[in-house]
Design a protein around this ligand. Structure first.
Ligand SMILES: NC(=O)c1ccc[n+]([C@@H]2O[C@H](COP(=O)([O-])OP(=O)(O)OC[C@H]3O[C@@H](n4cnc5c(N)ncnc54)[C@H](OP(=O)(O)O)[C@@H]3O)[C@@H](O)[C@H]2O)c1
Length: 271
């Protein structure tokens, strides 16, 4: 029988009870990896676990909030206790927000950073020694909103931009340990029914339906994440608009800004 691409690799995927995280866990499992699922809601996590177990292979679920340092560490500890190694950490768990800076309560920034930045830090620190042992991969799931600031998304954009700084620093710090660090700029992707986002006053609201728009499938994003790991690439930018933006932003930032100002109503209608 042919050896699968991620045979015998152990992977933690944070926020894998649904969406991109779950799709990535499925792809890893199909490619021979042992996967560790995570999320805060036990019921949703159990549903995902059943779905993955039906595919076959090794699945461990660890319910926990990555924004809490002890729960993030427990995710690493339980993985090591159960499987004795860690090869891949995918920092995927993330929350979004909506609202112009003039309308926001500071709490919105705090909530977004707690998961999108501290959640990543809380997990990456205890995971690093294990990833170094296996010369494995740490992947950060960012967004096109992490390439430049976008209207109505300042807290989200700044949290996703932080991931680039974290990833760049680790690449240099750990150059000698030969680990792989990947940074994925994900574009507009399909979302699960009634996915929530944080509104300007901090309450949760439903994200607008994306059925009318051209979006990437979670499966295609998952496949791009696996390709990034396999090829040990640093940056992967998804979607046509993402690729254009990644080239234009450093070369013609003034033009990009003028386009964004002209398209502000269209952007807000979609997001
Ligand atoms: N969908 C897009 O268009 C898009 C575009 C660009 C980038 N991204 C990024 O891709 C990642 C996944 O997005 P998605 O659309 O798949 O999101 P999603 O469907 O809302 O799924 C998010 C996952 O993260 C978990 N989660 C959230 N906060 C957590 C926390 N503090 N601790 C542990 N788990 C947590 C959720 O489960 P619980 O709620 O049960 O904890 C869920 O499993 C995010 O980082 C997002 O910013 C998405």
């Amino acid at each position: 029988m042919a050896v699968k691409m991620f045979q015998d690799k152990v992977a933690i995927i944070t926020g894998s009870s649904r969406g991109i995280g779950k799709a990535t866990a499925i792809e890893l499992l199909k490619n021979g990896a042992t996967v560790v699922l995570n999320g805060r809601n036990q019921e949703r996590l159990s549903q995902a676990e059943n779905e993955l177990k039906a595919i076959g292979g090794n699945v461990l679920t660890v319910c926990g909030d990555v924004s809490k340092p002890n729960e993030a560490k427990e995710l690493v500890d339980k993985t090591i206790e159960t499987f004795g190694r860690l090869d891949i950490l995918i920092n995927n768990a993330g929350v979004s927000m909506r609202g112009d800076m003039s309308e926001l309560t500071p709490e919105v920034y705090k909530t977004v950073f707690e998961t999108n930045v501290f959640g990543v830090v809380n997990l990456t620190i205890p995971a690093l020694p294990h990833i170094k042992k296996t010369q494995g991969s740490i992947v950060f799931v960012s967004s096109l909103a992490g390439i430049r600031g976008l209207p109505g998304l300042s807290a989200y954009c700044s949290s996703k931009m932080s991931l680039r700084a974290i990833a760049e620093s680790i690449r240099i710090e750990e150059a000698k340990s030969k680990i792989h660090v990947g940074l994925i700029f994900v574009g507009f992707t399909e979302i699960e029914f009634e996915k929530k986002t944080i509104s300007a006053d901090g309450s949760l609201i439903n994200i607008k339906d994306r059925a009318k728009f051209k979006v990437q499938s979670t499966e295609s994003v998952a496949k791009a994440i696996l390709k990034n790991i396999k090829k040990r690439k640093f940056r992967t930018t998804l979607s046509r608009i993402g690729k254009i933006n990644a080239i234009m932003q450093p070369m013609l930032p003034g033009l990009v800004e003028r386009i964004l100002i002209r398209s502000i109503d269209k952007i807000k209608k979609r997001s």
